[in-house]
Ligand binder design. Sequence first.
Ligand code: COA
Length: 172
Amino acid sequence: MEPADVTIRTGSLADVDALERLWVAVHHRHAEAMPELGPYVSDAETWAARSALYRRLLARPGTTLLLAERDGELVAYGLAYILDPDEDWVRDTWATGARIGEIESLSVRPADRGQGLGTLLLERLERALADQGVQDLVIGLLPGNDGALRLYERRGYRPTWMYVSRFASRDG
Ligand SMILES: CC(C)(COP(=O)(O)OP(=O)(O)OC[C@H]1O[C@@H](n2cnc3c(N)ncnc32)[C@H](O)[C@@H]1OP(=O)(O)O)[C@@H](O)C(=O)NCCC(=O)NCCS
């Protein structure tokens, strides 16, 4: 159950602009977690790319955006969607159901972290996918994001797939 003063509601395309600050906090967390992987894109660049992705995903059936609000102020959000069969990297390797859900984003305002909101939003996103018959789930995260990994492992997720990168913008 959510804390008494927090309301969770389903969002839509109309809510995307309001997510900017919380998404940029995720971007900063990524850069802090793995500074050696920089340079990172600017706040404006990350939000331009991310908001375009959210708009595309929200136009698809099966996508769920959840917003957590305290006193009418946005304190957290999560977004989950169902992978397109063409972008599904799971089913040629692991035995799963016909459709895979991805928890695309989870972000809690720094002052509101550690109170169970992230776990609650994750549970609700999982339920929204389960209600559509999707039981098999993935979440992407940076390898240095240990706190987020602990949260996901507590809910049964296991490290599954790893990319390595060699970007020309990096020194060395
Ligand atoms: C990861 C995140 C969504 C968790 O939300 P939360 O409401 O703090 O999580 P909960 O209170 O339900 O659970 C607490 C757990 O979250 C994780 N956590 C990650 N960052 C944390 C932080 N700054 N403060 C507290 N907990 C954090 C830990 O696993 C923590 O448990 P533990 O440290 O006791 O093992 C939130 O900390 C956040 O927005 N972090 C920055 C963005 C991010 O990394 N998002 C995930 C990208 S994959």
